[in-house]
Design a protein. Structure first.
Length: 297
């Protein structure tokens, strides 16, 4: 999802409809997003878009229309419960992290819940870096909902004796994939790469699971053998669970939307004792930093 395209000086001049000499001048003054590599200026397209939008002038009396009161992106049992219990009035549209961010950029939802993962290396900042790379989210805030545990799940009592991802692939057990762009699928792709397992080696169950709950139901129904879900989902559906990783699960909203009634009702609810007790009861959550602002773009 991250836009890695870079423009040359000439391409930037054409993109901004200004003279090449002006681009050099802006770059030399540090007034435009740029980087000098082996003596040549390069300009990240996504950063240029944010730079343009940040200087957007609006006429007096102009105001942005509020996006629909919908929570999009990823889904989570604790989040779904908190949205209802807080009286936020937010509807749910769980389509995966990347889809949620795209809808947020188009003002089709109020909040996106996300858990992004890199292909390799430290991905603790993956949510933040992905938001920063999106040109339509120059005014976004990223707020910690929790850190949560993800793991490998199999049928109750683990009848195939699967203990690792490599073990599952080697036994040709049927994996449930999530849709492309879902955080759990990004995590699985990363874990396969770390194990140097080619995706072509994975035996797949039929279809994909739209949510972790759908994945759990597929395993309970016997139409699949293993997949990746949170501890909370695994315990709820009585699945055999092997922990694999902790991840940042964050909420992303525009600054203007963050202060509206629905999002504020949710944010005010999160520090309370009722929320802490629910997180502890479900299991697999670290809520020490819940409500912390991780990015204020």
């Amino acid at each position: 999802m991250q836009d890695d395209s870079y423009l040359t000086t000439e391409e930037t001049a054409d993109y901004l409809r200004i003279k090449v000499r002006k681009v050099y001048e802006l770059a030399s003054e540090g007034a435009i997003p740029s980087s000098k590599v082996t003596g040549k200026w390069l300009f990240p397209r996504a950063a240029l878009d944010r730079w343009i939008i940040s200087g957007l002038a609006t006429p007096e009396g102009f105001s942005h229309a509020s996006p629909p009161a919908i929570m999009g992106g990823s889904t989570d049992p604790l989040l779904e419960w908190a949205v209802r219990q807080s009286g936020s009035g937010l509807a749910s549209l769980p389509e995966g992290s990347e889809s949620g961010l795209r809808r947020l950029a188009r003002d089709e939802i109020s909040i996106a819940a996300v858990h992004m993962h890199r292909d390799s290396g430290d991905d603790s900042q993956a949510n933040i870096d992905t938001v920063r790379a999106l040109p339509g989210l120059h005014d976004a805030v990223v707020i910690t909902f929790c850190r949560r545990e993800q793991g490998l799940v199999t049928a109750p009592e683990n009848p195939l004796g699967i203990s690792t991802i490599r073990d599952a692939v080697g036994k040709q057990a049927r994996a449930v994939y999530r849709q492309p762009g879902a955080g759990a699928q990004l995590l699985l792709n990363r874990l396969l790469a770390e194990e140097k397992i080619d995706t072509g080696q994975v035996t797949l169950a039929e279809g994909t699971a739209a949510t972790g709950q759908d994945l759990a139901l597929a395993i309970r129904a016997g139409t699949a053998d293993w997949g990746i879900v949170t501890r909370a989902v695994a315990d709820t559906y009585g699945l055999h669970y092997t922990p694999l990783a902790w991840e940042h699960f964050d909420l992303v909203a525009r600054r203007r939307t963050y202060f509206e009634i629905g999002p504020q009702a949710l944010m005010h609810f999160l520090p309370g004792a009722e929320f802490r007790e629910r997180a502890e009861a479900l299991g697999g959550y670290d809520i020490a930093d819940t409500g912390t602002v991780r990015l204020n773009a």
